[in-house]
Design a protein around this ligand. Structure first.
Ligand SMILES: Cc1cc2nc3c(=O)[nH]c(=O)nc-3n(C[C@H](O)[C@H](O)[C@H](O)COP(=O)(O)OP(=O)(O)OC[C@H]3O[C@@H](n4cnc5c(N)ncnc54)[C@H](O)[C@@H]3O)c2cc1C
Length: 303
């Protein structure tokens, strides 16, 4: 009878990074389980850009094609479910799901991504990924020279304004409260004809996620076509923390050049450990798959 609970590698997260790792592992004849809860961070985005051969495609179309190709390898199993608990065992790891299933693996790879925390501004969540954008390399070209806002204050604001100003001349910085920019930074921004508005935001008016107006708490407002924002994020999955993995100052999983975390046998790839882009997720997933296979081969040759 086929053993459906013991695997060489368990991949938690079956989106771009996890599927990419699975492809490398399946092609390395490894028995792999992919556990996925179906909540990728870009699920509200109509079109994905800046990923070679897939530019402009729907994110779910890219993931669907990836899954179809990966599941052609007979040693790979895909299981829909939320992993909730991880335990170290003498031979590897147990991963338990919300439904109570327990799977064992010699190695575990987290490709679990990040979860964005929507700020408490009416309309923000509905526009996120549609007309509120996280990255100019992914979406800047589509809104070039449009009336654009940046919702940001604090560390990194000046550099982000500089970056976005490359894509549009019609730019307003919305600090949503007193600006933390230095006098010198403020002068440079104003010299580049970029308006700074400190008034607190009341709401974002939109039509089906397409932003129309920013309305301020004093009753004033400005029309806008696109808004860049950098909401807070958290790790999508808490199991790496349960297992004792360490994190960077940015809250990402700390990995070495083999994509291994600070806990031996536990690996991470994609957004949870690196810069957010499909190309990076796929690249780090591919590396993780190859390195895990390599480490399994090394372990087998120890006797
Ligand atoms: C709004 C938005 C738009 C974007 N647009 C672009 C773009 O145009 N171009 C581009 O290159 N990049 C874009 N990105 C970035 C890109 O989407 C990410 O880099 C990519 O999705 C990362 O892939 P990942 O596999 O690491 O994580 P994700 O795609 O977020 O997938 C993580 C997966 O892990 C699963 N998971 C998490 N925890 C568990 C658990 N405990 N148990 C089981 N499964 C779990 C989730 O359900 C999910 O399926 C965008 C990001 C956002 C937020």
């Amino acid at each position: 009878m086929e053993d459906n609970s013991h695997f060489e590698v368990i991949i938690v997260g079956g989106s771009y990074a996890g599927l990419s790792a699975a492809l490398a592992l399946g092609r390395s004849l490894r028995k792999v389980l992919i556990l996925d809860s179906g909540q990728p961070c870009n699920q509200q985005t109509p079109h994905s850009h800046n990923f070679l051969t897939q530019d402009g495609k729907e994110p779910r179309e890219i993931a669907h094609l990836a899954k179809e190709q990966v599941l052609q390898y007979p040693t790979i199993t895909f299981h829909q479910g939320l992993a909730t608990v991880g335990r170290k065992t003498p031979t590897g790891f147990d991963i338990e799901t919300q439904a109570g299933e327990v799977f064992t693996g010699k190695k575990v790879l987290f490709a679990t991504g990040l979860k964005d925390i929507m700020p408490d501004i009416q309309g923000f969540a509905a526009c996120w990924g549609i007309s509120i954008l996280h990255c100019p390399y992914c979406h800047g070209y589509e809104v070039k020279n449009k009336k654009t806002g940046i919702l940001l204050n604090g560390e990194g604001t000046f550099h982000y304004v500089q970056l976005i100003s490359h894509w549009t001349r019609s730019l307003t910085l919305l600090t949503n409260g007193k600006s933390t920019l230095t006098e010198e930074e403020t002068a440079k921004i104003v010299n580049h004809n970029i308006e700074i508005i400190e008034t607190e935001i009341d709401r974002i008016e939109h039509h089906q996620g397409k932003i129309q107006h920013i309305v301020f708490k004093d009753g004033s407002g400005i029309p806008i076509d696109a808004l860049y924002a950098r909401p807070e994020y958290i790790q999508h999955c808490s199991i790496p923390e349960q297992l004792g993995c360490e994190f960077t100052a940015q809250g990402l999983l700390q990995v070495d050049t083999f994509q291994q975390t600070t806990v031996e046998g536990v690996y991470a790839c994609g957004d949870n450990a690196s810069r957010r882009a499909l190309a990076v997720a796929v690249a780090t997933g591919n590396s993780a798959g190859a390195f895990i296979n390599h480490h399994l081969i090394e372990a087998a040759f120890q006797r």
